[in-house]
Design a protein around this ligand. Sequence first.
Ligand code: IPE
Ligand code: IPE
Ligand code: MG
Length: 242
Amino acid sequence: MPTHVAIIMDGNGRWAQARGLPRMMGHRAGVEALKKTLRLCNDWGIKALTAYAFSTENWSRPGDEVSFLMTLFERVLQKELDSLEKEKVRIRFLGDLEALPKRLQRLINEATERTALNKGIHFNVCTNYGGRRELVQAAKKLAERSANGEIDPSLIDEHVFSAELLTAGEVDPDLLIRTSGENRISNFLLWQLAYAEIHVTEVLWPDFDAAALKQALIDYQSRCRRFGGLKTTVSDSNEIIS
Ligand code: IPE
Ligand code: IPE
Ligand code: MG
């Protein structure tokens, strides 16, 4: 099983359009798919789930869609917080949170604090998240710390760098799932996905269910992860010895 699963939840708009519904209904249905997926991951022993909810580029959508999404995030968080707490989920929001509506920010702070010590799945919701912005922020912090003498620039390595990212303390995702058949990353976890296995499914996000998740996990289990090395099996290592 993967330790950490990351998901680009895409296709809400197309799901709604295919039913002659406004795009917003797709977002609403998408929330249900996320709730189900979180429970399944928690039940199946996955340690972390990171979901892409709103990108730094999504602000360019029509104002009514953006404000619908912000209100939806607020309502869902308010409604689900008690169950998240009960189910021992540790929720965090990754992204530039200061640009979000104040009420949503307060709820995010409350949810983060109330679940901080929970021992269940780590549930990271990427909200106003952009991989490039995250990398620039990390570089800026390291530059500042170097300039004020806190760290020696020659000691900056991958470990030091990744500790400045929003995902600090989390292992990198093993599996990236993208729904709705798009073969791209869309500025998601650019650093962290370096060696993730990628599973793209045609399923639109609101239709993502236990069968679709199982399919992704089976696909993951069929992969041979080499991390730049060579595939080693028991017989290979015997050959090397003999
Ligand atoms: C993903 O669904 C949700 C967000 C980006 C907020 P989309 O809204 O991108 O749905 P499509 O891609 O238009 O179908
Ligand atoms: C990626 O989906 C962002 C989220 C799922 C939040 P988009 O629909 O915004 O991505 P593009 O525009 O198709 O690349
Ligand atoms: Mg999309």
